[in-house]
Design a protein around this ligand. Structure first.
Ligand SMILES: [Zn+2]
Length: 275
């Protein structure tokens, strides 16, 4: 972790180790907030990054960090506004509804999740199965299901939110390092590139505009429907209107469809002036 981020965390934790020794995590968060917004930002970002990198979003939740700091984390990510911050916001959103925010219990494994409750056993009919055939009664014996010991329910509860959270952890790991750099910049009041900053779009366009086949044909893609067919449709229509030969437009369509979405955008930019 970089300089200022670490310094702010050390200052905040110093209180918890001394004067605030017996404080709960919730009280610690309140203390950080009263110290300064930057201390709070540093602590919630550092905790999130450490916990998720260590054991996934599941660990961040199970260790109690998520419930106490959720609003502050969302607030921080919104103020940062970078592409990575927005991506993390979407990851959190995907399992937020499964978090038990008003749980009176604290510090117990699993109590921060809203459980789906026990699931019905898939091996029996409410705890019983048909056993051996009894010739005398001309009926099958009724026996307790051996999978669920006759209870009719699976022993383990299903934690759907936990499963979703776990699958998002890999996405977090991919951007964790870059995000930590952004957090350090943010704490130092250095400007960040916001996700909806038009500069980002312009940069992408100018990088490839040197070899544009029809630089005079302008196609508006920013702020429009980003669906692949819609993009191809708008680019071919613009070329048709500008009198470009059908062969060229066919070639453009063929090239567009020969790769992934990024490739499709690159092809569009190599034919027309995309804005
Ligand atoms: Zn059963």
């Amino acid at each position: 972790m970089s300089d200022l981020h670490q310094k702010l965390m050390d200052e905040a934790y110093e209180w918890w180790q001394n004067d605030g020794k017996n404080a709960s995590r919730g009280d610690f968060i309140t203390h950080c907030k009263s110290k300064s917004q930057k201390h709070l930002d540093a602590v919630v970002a550092g905790n999130l990054n450490y916990q998720v990198c260590n054991g996934g979003f599941g660990q961040w939740v199970d260790n109690g960090y998520a419930v106490d700091a959720w609003d502050h984390v969302e607030d921080l990510l919104n103020r940062m506004g970078t592409k990575n911050s927005k991506a993390i916001l979407r990851m959190l959103e995907s399992f937020k509804e499964y978090i038990s925010f008003d749980s009176s219990e604290r510090g117990c494994f699993g109590c921060y999740w809203i459980s789906n409750g026990p699931q019905e056993c898939g091996w029996c009919d409410m705890g019983v199965n048909e056993g051996d055939y009894d010739e005398e009664t001309d009926k099958y014996e009724i026996v307790d299901c051996e999978y669920c010991n006759g209870s009719g329910y699976e022993e383990e509860e299903v934690n759907e939110g936990g499963d979703i959270a776990e699958s998002r952890s890999r996405d977090f790991w991919e951007i964790s390092e870059a995000w930590m750099v952004e957090v350090e910049d943010f704490l130092n009041d250095r400007p960040l590139v916001k996700a909806d900053d038009p500069k980002v779009e312009k940069e992408t366009v100018s990088r490839s505009s040197s070899s544009v086949k029809y630089p005079k044909i302008k196609v508006e893609l920013v702020g429009q429907d980003g669906n692949a067919f819609s993009i191809m449709g708008r680019v071919s229509k613009a070329m048709r209107r500008a009198g470009v030969e059908k062969d060229v437009i066919d070639q453009y369509t063929k090239e567009s469809m020969s790769g992934d979405y990024d490739h499709l955008l690159q092809v569009a930019m190599s034919y027309v002036d995309v804005a």
